[in-house]
Design a protein around this ligand. Sequence first.
Ligand code: NAI
Ligand code: BGC
Length: 267
Amino acid sequence: MSDTPLSGRVALVTGASSGIGRACALRLAAAGARVLVNYYGDRQSAAEVVDQIEGAGGSAVAHQADVGDERQVEAMFERCREDVGPLDILVANAGIQKDSDLITMSVDDWDAVLSTNLRGQFLCARAAARGFCSRKNKSDGRASGNIIFMSSVHDRIPWAGRSNYSAAKGGTLMLMKSLAQELGPEKIRVNAVSPGAIMTDINRDAWEDEDGRQELLKLIPYGRVGEPDDIARAVQWLASDESDYVHGHALYVDGGMMLYPSFREGG
Ligand code: NAI
Ligand code: BGC
């Protein structure tokens, strides 16, 4: 693959001021895309992502928006059109956890997770698809738009104490597949990346101290906790023409977490 397989493309990455989203923004920019770096609260970190992209010769714009808010999402896509260019690639990455067992889970914590992790995916996918559909079909045969959802191994693996999160991710998986079926004829590609345990702020408690890390490693046959760039490389591939015939697929990037490692010595 060339060093700049996304040259001339425009990408929008949600939740891009930290973790996996940040790594995706940097990767896509390094691959030649101009990037809208969406952030929620951390303006300084988003500015640093933009600086890093520009310092490497790329092009990026930071934009604050809550992905669960329809008006803010519409304004963000408008800003992207005006200041970055017509969108080619959406990476719907923003997500949160608010862990609690069912008995004590508040409606606020349920709603917050569903709003960011599922409603946000819907709002961003809808805005992206409207833009893709309004553009003339390209004659070069490649996709006229590309949507990549950030899902999770918990779109398949149940997760006690986080039913809001796993319900949202299970919803993301079926949103992705239903939209792939719906939008394929428009030549809009739709896929998901479903990460395993990746070292970011969202799961810092699980990997920061050595005991926690050893517990986590029991769930990962490949024997290491993932890094944001493990996911960003998969996203770059899905965003590129190299994966042009991959459609409606969830790519599990998880060091084997989906392999039921507890059955290695049991069953
Ligand atoms: P993170 O906490 O570093 O990133 C989440 C980002 O989403 C933050 O930048 C945050 O500001 C942003 N965000 C939160 N609410 C938002 C809102 N309403 N509107 C816009 N942005 C908002 O954590 P990480 O790990 O980078 O998470 C990114 C995605 O990856 C999430 O969807 C998460 O569920 C998913 N994921 C993470 C895994 C991991 O092990 N780190 C594994 C599987 C999935
Ligand atoms: C969660 C992380 C967790 C990982 C593997 C992700 O979806 O956000 O907290 O470490 O799944 O269980």
